[in-house]
Design a binder for this molecule. Structure first.
Ligand code: ATP
Length: 270
């Protein structure tokens, strides 16, 4: 069971250079997660405890997972990921045990970055979720909190959680000593979108007519994941057309297609 819920990556290959547009967030993650791992003596000398857990919140596809992976890479830590939804929906009755296993594994793998995605699935306010009143979900969350509370010598293990539904969270998990550092990761602005286009076309054969300023302007509201999808889809348009060079039209057609697919998805989910 453990192998299927926990994704362990001894050396993730994402670096901070692969992340565009969220510099302030990157700095904050480095200060709160990377510094305690790299220079724990700094915190000891000054006489403060580093933040226990960091919570990244914001819309889907903005780079939250990337941030966690990049810190693990930078500190040569093992990256251990677990999704809140899998914890409670896939392995009914196993949630609390899986949380225990997760921390045991982290202790074995030290230094480690533990990334809990979709934390809202185990830590939603009672009023806002049908499942949160569920005793099983409560038990899973209590186990997580007790693991975090009992974490005195946590030096070599850092915990990052992420959610797209900050409004749904039970405030109990945000108390001091728990997820007491909140970092909002928003959709990229114009500069961010431009950077993300540049990052994802680094290895692409892009024609001279492609202007990332114009594209960044045109893909308003796109997330980082959307920009990445536009680049891949633009490449597909070139391939279908038997060309090796990707043109401005390919990028524009790709954005159109992706918007269409997203609005169809919205229709289905409605
Ligand atoms: P979710 O909330 O859906 O789990 P997330 O915020 O964790 O999303 P990631 O998994 O980090 O998002 O991003 C998905 C993919 O989108 C990344 O692998 C990357 O290719 C691209 N991407 C997203 N944001 C950025 C960014 N800021 N810079 C570069 N690429 C990005």
């Amino acid at each position: 069971v453990r192998a299927r819920v926990m994704q362990v990556d001894q050396s993730p290959d994402v670096t901070f250079a692969d992340i565009g547009g969220i510099e302030a967030q990157m700095d904050e993650v480095r200060e709160t997660v990377e510094m305690p791992l790299k220079s724990p003596e700094m915190f000891e000398d000054v006489g403060i405890d580093p933040p226990s857990g960091v919570l990244l919140h914001g819309p889907p596809g903005t780079g939250k997972t990337m941030l966690a992976k990049a810190v693990a890479n930078e500190t040569d830590a093992t990256f251990i990921k677990m999704a809140g939804s899998e914890l409670v929906h896939k392995f009914i009755g196993e949630g609390a045990k899986l949380v225990r296993d997760l921390f045991e594994l982290a202790r074995q793998e030290e230094p480690a970055v533990v990334f809990i995605d979709e934390i809202d699935a185990i830590a939603a306010k009672r009023t806002e979720s049908k499942t949160s009143g569920d005793a099983e979900v409560q038990r899973t969350m209590m186990q997580l909190l007790s693991e975090m509370d009992g974490f005195d010598d946590r030096g070599e293990i850092r915990i990052i959680a992420a959610t797209n539904r900050f409004d749904m969270l039970d405030r109990a998990i945000l108390r001091p000593g728990r997820f007491d550092r909140l970092i909002e990761v928003p959709n990229p602005d114009f500069e961010g979108r431009k950077q993300i286009f540049q990052i994802h076309t680094r290895n692409m054969n892009v024609s001279d007519d492609v202007d990332f300023e114009v594209l960044a302007e045109e893909v308003q509201d796109a997330s980082g994941a959307d920009v990445k999808a536009v680049c891949t889809e633009a490449g597909m348009f070139a391939i279908r057309d038997d060309r090796t060079e990707v043109t401005m039209d390919d990028f524009r057609n790709a954005w159109e297609k992706i918007q269409q697919e997203e609005s169809e998805d919205d229709d289905i989910s409605r």
